[in-house]
Ligand binder design. Sequence first.
Ligand SMILES: Cc1cc2nc3c(=O)[nH]c(=O)nc-3n(C[C@H](O)[C@H](O)[C@H](O)COP(=O)(O)OP(=O)(O)OC[C@H]3O[C@@H](n4cnc5c(N)ncnc54)[C@H](O)[C@@H]3O)c2cc1C
Length: 377
Amino acid sequence: MPRTDDGAWDVLVVGRGPAGLAAAITSRRAGLSVAVAGLADAVPRWGETLSASCHPLLCRLGIGDELRSEHHLSLRGVRSAWGMGAAQERSSIFHPYGESAILDRARFDRRLESVFQSDGGIVMEGRMQSVRFDGALHVLTLRDGQCGKQLKAKGIIDATGIAAHVARRLGARRITQTRQVAIGCCFEAPPGITDHPTTAIVEGVELGWLFAVPVPMGGVAVWLVCDPAQAAQDGAMKRALRASQEVSRWLRSLQLQLRSKLVLRNASVGKLDRVTGAGWIAVGDAALSLDPMSSSGVTLAMLSGLHGGAAIAAWLSGDSDQLAGYAQTLQNAAEHHVELRQRLYRAERRWPRADFWMPRQNLGFTAEDDYDSLGRY
Ligand SMILES: Cc1cc2nc3c(=O)[nH]c(=O)nc-3n(C[C@H](O)[C@H](O)[C@H](O)COP(=O)(O)OP(=O)(O)OC[C@H]3O[C@@H](n4cnc5c(N)ncnc54)[C@H](O)[C@@H]3O)c2cc1C
């Protein structure tokens, strides 16, 4: 793919998740020279779901048939034990686009990557170590094992997830709404049991909330979303499971046994103080990280990637209005998300004085950079 005379890419995308790949596909289709640099994902993404309403978005990205792949599971419905009343079941089978999917995230990301590559895009493996703007170009160092290389680009897209490595190095700050982590583990059925569940469960407990969901590789993943201080104490997951009724009963009825070690993910809700700057833009979790409760992070990642990729292409041809429009759209999404979370968390009032639930009754953004303390997750 041709680069410009000075050896620079038109657009360099850092991060190989859904946001980065959607942005890369869009800017490549605008006729630009585009490279994606990033690490293959080390974090387990067990049980992430994608709503069937994403079908038009997937079609725009060239993977409209993806959710029918045998690699993902169909999610028939979600049972929620939330608030005072009895647990409720919400079916997804009557949706016009069909059932929601439980993703094999590695496969999903690879499929987006292959669309980008077949459009002539270049993917480079490696960790971004540094980035600076020299007044005309962005200069980035990428390290893959012992090898380091320098890359130059006119425009750069931060798609590094919640860490927002690029934007923060270029001067943006992260604003946190809620600091929280997710502790996860996988349970599997004993040999001979072939009956796979097709529904998921969300349940509030005093420590936080549990999400139990079947996974494409077999078995069930359980996530506990809780405060970082609780996660640091031994036995948080055990205590949460012991306190739960629906999830623990479900695991017992399926005769599931613990298969994996516990893993931790940063599940904080937050955004950047600005999502665009001189020749850069942030997309996906890097720009705005949603509560896992919404199950919308992957959708937002792809949508913001599409809009962000188009906005940076317009900026390269001298039109910066789209960058401003992009920033406004994300601001609207952030405000809408605050309202959604208020509604969801205020519906659960069983433990009004508990450390986890009390601050969630009155949510808002605080100016605090949380990545460094939670980044190891
Ligand atoms: C417990 C939990 C459950 C969730 N469940 C759901 C769900 O059911 N449905 C849903 O839609 N969303 C869910 N989400 C949210 C979803 O995981 C994210 O919103 C989504 O992955 C964001 O995509 P992204 O492309 O912005 O970032 P990511 O998917 O995080 O991709 C970032 C990429 O950048 C790479 N990278 C990072 N730093 C560097 C660096 N320095 N150099 C090079 N590369 C780098 C990473 O390796 C990674 O490949 C959940 C989140 C959590 C924590």
